[in-house]
Design a protein around this ligand. Structure first.
Ligand code: COA
Length: 254
């Protein structure tokens, strides 16, 4: 199993653990993560969720082999179920970004409550260079946080950005030395043990309320385009190039 879960001292930890593939997330892993989030929300003794990766890698994003072999990603697919559980989590979700966070690795941070990044982390949403489009409301949340021009650097050009940029842009709380990020995030998550849980739950709900409907609408709109793009010739070329370890050639497309 490439997702490890454990609950300790009121914190349910979801650890992405597939280092041999840079923590690329498969359908089975999304299913396990969604299940872990739902279980954490149902368990009264859990006060917060911690999502983390492996030393040196948070996640390289969706497994590109899965994208090639199983391109259909309907609203009932494991990735949608996971993101629905994350977006809908009543309990606070803390992320410890232990290294590069690519694609959905960065997108999922937009739905966490508190985000701590390793000084070795790199964030990127290279959707266009994969022939794809933004997902899970990043096309809404990022421009509203950063403004259109800065969001275009990340979403149209796919420019990677560093941990301090993530903090400066409001996507993360703090940068920690690589060896300290998980411990720090865990200590923050454990602080919820000393707070009244219903007050935290209601506050989180209120913080999300104003944008929640637009987020869900955007996720549905993005999902339709994303699904089409997954089987597009542009995406097939990008995925093949990745596995053939060559540069993609988009010159024949209009
Ligand atoms: N899906 C499937 N396999 C992946 C993967 C992914 N998203 N990311 C990495 N891998 C695999 C590689 O194919 C390689 O497998 P191999 O050892 O069988 O050849 C292994 O993981 C190691 O990856 P590698 O690229 O050699 O590691 P690196 O340290 O040089 O680079 C990354 C790390 C994360 C920068 C790089 O792997 C990468 O860019 N991955 C793809 C990111 C991406 O486009 N994600 C999708 C976003 S929607």
């Amino acid at each position: 199993m490439s997702i490890k879960t454990a609950t300790l001292n009121g914190v349910a930890t979801i650890e992405i653990a597939r280092p041999e593939k840079k923590n690329a997330i498969t359908m089975a892993m999304y299913a396990a993560m969604g299940e872990a989030l739902r279980a954490a929300n149902a368990e009264a003794s859990v006060r917060a969720v911690l999502i983390t990766g492996q030393p040196g890698i948070f996640t390289s994003g969706n497994d590109l082999e899965d994208f090639m072999q199983r391109p259909a990603q309907g609203a009932d697919s494991p990735v949608f179920e996971f993101m629905k559980a994350l977006h809908g989590s009543e309990k606070p979700v803390v992320a410890a970004v232990t290294g590069p966070a690519i694609g959905i690795g960065t997108t999922m941070l937009l739905h966490c409550d508190l985000v701590y990044v390793s000084d070795e982390a790199k964030l990127a949403m290279p959707f266009t260079s994969l022939g794809l489009v933004p997902e899970f409301a990043s096309s809404l949340i990022l421009p509203s946080l950063l403004g259109h021009a800065k969001a275009a650097e990340k979403l149209l050009l796919g420019d990677p950005f560093g941990p301090q940029d993530a903090v400066d842009l409001g996507l993360a709380n703090a940068v920690l030395p690589a060896g300290e990020v998980v411990g720090h995030a865990r200590r923050i998550a454990e602080r919820f043990n000393t707070l009244p849980p219903a007050a935290v739950r209601e506050s989180k709900k209120l913080m999300r309320r104003a944008v929640s409907e637009r987020v869900l609408e955007t996720i549905a709109a993005e999902g339709g385009v994303f699904r089409e793009r997954l089987s597009s010739p542009e995406a097939r070329e990008a995925f093949s190039a990745f596995f053939q370890k060559r540069k993609p050639d988009f010159s024949q497309f209009s």
